[in-house]
Ligand binder design. Structure first.
Ligand code: CA
Length: 238
């Protein structure tokens, strides 16, 4: 009796010890795998490739469009999106910061009149978000067309002055333009008398042989894009 009880007791004890060890092994197994899974998720989230929502920041220049021609003042616009909050969009022209926009619609005015006719320029937008991410748009390449008239003015004779009949008067003019000056035409009473293509621009005019003649002198300057401006003075002969 004592012997059989003893054997039964030992068997139960062995079973309890076995189950305890087995349970501990199982718990240990689950804890380890759970940690690995957490580490894996952390790793993939940092790479932005996990099943969890990655932090995405994107920006695109919406105006002007690449390959287009622009002139005057251009409103550059961009759209930016982020799973966080977009804080600002910077606009760059030819790698120089044009300005920063902090609210929708993201935009900045760009004065193209400082560039020569048919010059090519590159625009990009750079977006930042509240998570510290940065994204750069594709480059937009545009061609600037010069539609601005040159600066032209007759410097001599001055408006309202008198000239001597039968004398020779040199009409002089200043002309300048960001695209360069193609030529300056000189007119007396609407008749073309000279064309000068080299600075300084001038024209020799023989004053007719009569007193009290009133003459309208004009210098019409053209830039290399074909824009023109006319400067006019009036003189009287004596
Ligand atoms: Ca011009």
């Amino acid at each position: 009796m004592i012997k059989s009880l003893s054997i039964s007791y030992l068997l139960k004890l062995a079973a309890i010890i076995f189950l305890t060890i087995f349970t501990l092994i199982l718990i240990n197994f689950f804890i380890k795998n759970s940690t690995k899974a957490d580490n894996f998720n952390l790793y993939t989230n940092n790479l932005g490739i996990g099943t969890s929502e990655p932090n995405v920041l994107a920006v695109v220049v919406t105006n002007p469009t690449s390959g287009s021609s622009v002139s005057g003042t251009v409103n550059i616009t961009a759209e930016a999106s982020s799973s966080a909050t977009v804080t600002q969009v910077e606009f760059y022209v030819d790698s120089n910061l044009l300005g920063t926009s902090t609210s929708v619609p993201y935009s900045k005015l760009w004065d193209t009149t400082i560039y020569p006719h048919n010059s090519v320029h590159t625009i990009i937008a750079n977006a930042l978000d509240s998570s510290g991410n940065q994204a750069t748009s594709s480059a937009v390449t545009v061609t600037v067309l010069d539609i601005t008239a040159p600066a032209v003015s007759i410097t001599s004779p001055i408006n309202g002055s008198t000239v001597t009949k039968n004398s020779t008067v040199t009409i002089t003019a200043n002309a300048s333009d960001v695209s360069g000056i193609d030529r300056v035409e000189f007119y007396v009473n609407n008749v073309l008398i000279c064309t000068d293509t080299l600075s300084s621009y001038s024209c020799i005019w023989k004053v007719p042989p009569r007193k009290n003649g009133v003459y309208t002198l004009q210098a019409k300057g053209y830039d290399t894009a074909g824009n023109s401006l006319t400067s006019t003075v009036t003189v009287t002969s004596k």
